[in-house]
Design a protein around this ligand. Sequence first.
Ligand SMILES: [Zn+2]
Ligand SMILES: [Zn+2]
Length: 307
Amino acid sequence: MKDYRLSAMGKAWYKGNLHCHTTDSDGAEPPQAMIQHYQTAGWDFLVVTDHEVFSDYSSRGSREFLVLPGIEVGRDVAVGCHHVVGVAPPAAAQSHGSVFEPPHQKTPDPGQGLVDSMAERGYLPMYCHPVWSRREFPDLETMQAFRLLEIYNHGCHWENATGMGLHIWDNYLRRGRRIWGTAVDDCHSSGGDSLGGWVVVRSSALSPEAILASLEAGHFYASSGPAIYEWAAEEGEIVVRCSPVRSVEFIAYEQRGLCVHADHPGGLTEARFRPQGREIFVRAQCVDYRGLTAWTNPIFLNDCKHA
Ligand SMILES: [Zn+2]
Ligand SMILES: [Zn+2]
């Protein structure tokens, strides 16, 4: 097992929302109101991802608060749908307001068609809310060319408790797939469907290129509440350090992981797990006293032949 420290993957932490809607599609508030909402709340970056229309509000951002170009594209299928978000640096963005041209209807795999459409345009694709979309893992298993998967979509969770995608994620990870888990708002207003899911990216700078590179490399964690300060593999042990939580859960496969529970009311701020050496991956989730969770990305213990 190679040593790894998330904190060494950049100079600072940057908190952002990768998925939100405005009056440019079915959101309740104009783009400027949503940008202001996240800036006031203390986020460092926001991606505006309206349905089927490319937006680029990067000029409304600043050095302290980035607004990244984005879009959400979708295709309905017999049961449910596929939705994919794309995020791009301003230099690679499609022109603001241009409408997405969907792939041909006969594309054999509609989800793959959307992912490929984003990647071809230089956008980083993120597969959205698989449970809300009524997707099962066999529908998604063969999909390629994306790194980001929404494991917690706060808007879907708020609306009808369809925002969790952990089982889909673990199915990929068990097969050695390098897929990184994101938490997002997917909010359609500045009300209760916002400020509930985010990523915290470890990056060298608050620039579009640096943030996107860290996202693609998995140098971030996802959260609906707790903060993570370190996620490391050192001297044969996996270590997580976090804000005070009730439990830290180490998820592994095929060997089982470990739950570490606080034995005093102040909560845990560090937990350790020593893998046996046959695990494909280990990830951690830190659960606070309200049930809110922070999720690390996986550490792969060996180069896996399935990858
Ligand atoms: Zn969606
Ligand atoms: Zn959405």
